[in-house]
Design a protein. Structure first.
Length: 452
């Protein structure tokens, strides 16, 4: 159905929203193929969203779809929708011990309390992080291609009236249910690092490769450590990033001299950060996901050696990512996606225009509305803050470890907007806002590129 130039959300867009994307998060435009760069951006956004019992199942499915694109390359919308259809009869085990449907998040039936046993989190044969298919009244495990595995493990599908009558499908953090399974490994705060070796290898690798967070983690109370690890485990299982894990070197099979791989890291505050960066072949890395589109953690030693890495692919001395400007009190005033000598670079997707939001039924944004907000208003505020209020710079989450001083940034006068969408209507709307910016900011230059 078309309403005022808008279209109903398709199955992929609906799944993204159920997985946790908000109305203000940009969705990929259905007219365009989904690229690895877009998939990495969507997965990075999802990692920052809270995991609830309701969004855990659709987030697992969404994450698998995005990791397939990261590994296999650009996918057409038609193929993407075909892949979504594979989940129509799929369920997953939630951290609270219930089975729930992937395409709706609806609770189906109770299994048992999830426990850590034989190297996996599971309940009565069901494993956390694995898909199961309804094959005519019974659930069977699915393989990595989402085909049923006809093994001895079969569980009958039934309606659990007690579950259906309870409000288990929506709000509330999902990680609390894992605390009991994890807590037995933490006898005291001083045992915290040693306790991690009993959990999925990806957890230990991730925390060990994040020295700022590791120091903070060491000084937490036992209860805080258990909660932090439970939350981290839940978030990683939701995105397909926890398995037994293996450590080795990045190989040439992943790419040429530099391999583009999805790399996970932790901020000092414990926020998960995903970046698709160029990693030199031979660098040590831990795979923290199995199957399609594995995620990686760089070893602490190698990630700090050999110059800075960036999302474009090569080592660059004067290219900085995610630079935040702050006022005299240290309060944030804004962030630049990338900075090169004399140039501010902002990456935009503009991929949710003229699409009806599945929850509200209203259009996301028109091209003109998007350009006014994302190009004119945000840039105007950024320039004002930079020139009148900014007192210092610092790395934002996932940013370059070193950043240029604020005195240097105040001398720059060029803005480049790299916009993924390239529709004529969008280009016209952006051009109008670039003209406004040029007129209101003498001496500044504003340009945009499209379709990259």
């Amino acid at each position: 159905m078309v309403v005022s130039g808008a279209v109903e959300a398709d199955a992929f867009e609906h799944l993204l929203v159920l997985a946790g994307l908000e109305p203000w998060d940009e969705l990929p435009l259905r007219a365009s193929a989904l690229t690895p760069r877009q998939a990495a951006r969507l997965l990075a956004v999802l990692l920052k969203k809270p995991v609830t019992p309701g969004n855990f199942p659709p987030r697992m499915a969404t994450s698998l779809l995005l990791r397939e694109v990261l590994e296999g390359g650009t996918v057409s919308r038609e193929e993407l929708l075909r892949r979504v259809a594979r989940f129509d009869r799929a369920v997953v085990l939630r951290p609270d011990g219930y089975l729930a449907w992937v395409m709706t998040g609806r609770t189906q039936q109770r299994v048992a309390q999830v426990q850590w046993k034989n190297g996996v989190f599971g309940a009565l044969g069901f494993e956390l992080g694995r898909f199961y298919l309804d094959t005519g009244g019974v659930f069977r495990p699915a393989d990595e291609h989402l085909q049923p595995v006809f093994s001895s493990f079969v569980v009958e599908v039934y309606d659990d009236a007690d579950v259906i009558n309870r409000s288990l499908d929506g709000a509330g953090e999902a990680f609390f249910e894992l605390a009991m399974a994890i807590g037995k490994f933490f006898t005291a705060p001083t045992d915290s690092v040693r306790a991690l070796q009993h959990l999925p290898a990806g957890i230990a690798a991730l925390i060990s490769a994040s020295p700022e967070y590791l120091e903070r983690f060491t000084y937490m109370t036992r209860g805080e450590q258990i909660q932090a690890v439970a939350k981290l485990v839940t978030s990683l299982y939701a995105c397909g990033g926890v398995a037994k894990g293996t450590t080795g070197t990045v190989t040439a099979a992943m790419g040429g001299v530099d391999a583009m791989v999805p790399v996970l890291s932790l901020s000092a505050e414990g926020a998960l950060v995903l970046e698709r960066i160029a990693v030199p072949v031979g660098q040590m890395a831990s795979a923290v996901g199995s199957g399609v589109g594995g995620l990686y953690v760089l070893s602490a030693a190698s990630s700090n050696a050999g110059g800075s890495l960036h999302a474009g692919g090569s080592k660059v001395e004067e290219r900085y990512r995610n630079v935040e400007i702050v006022d005299e009190r240290g309060d944030p005033l804004g962030e630049f996606d990338e900075i090169q000598p004399g140039l501010f670079i902002e990456d935009k997707s503009a991929m949710n225009l003229e699409v009806l939001h599945p929850r509200t039924g209203k259009p996301m944004q028109t091209a003109e509305q998007w350009a006014v907000k994302q190009i004119y208003e945000k840039t105007t505020a950024r320039i004002k803050n930079l020139m009148t209020r900014a007192h210092a710079t610092r790395p934002a989450v996932g940013g370059s470890p070193t950043v240029p001083p604020i005195s240097t940034l105040k001398t720059y006068r060029n803005f480049l907007f790299r916009i993924e969408e390239a529709k004529p209507a969008l280009q016209e709307a952006v051009s109008r806002q670039l003209a406004r910016l040029t007129q209101e900011n003498p001496g500044w230059k504003f340009i945009a590129t499209y379709g990259q």
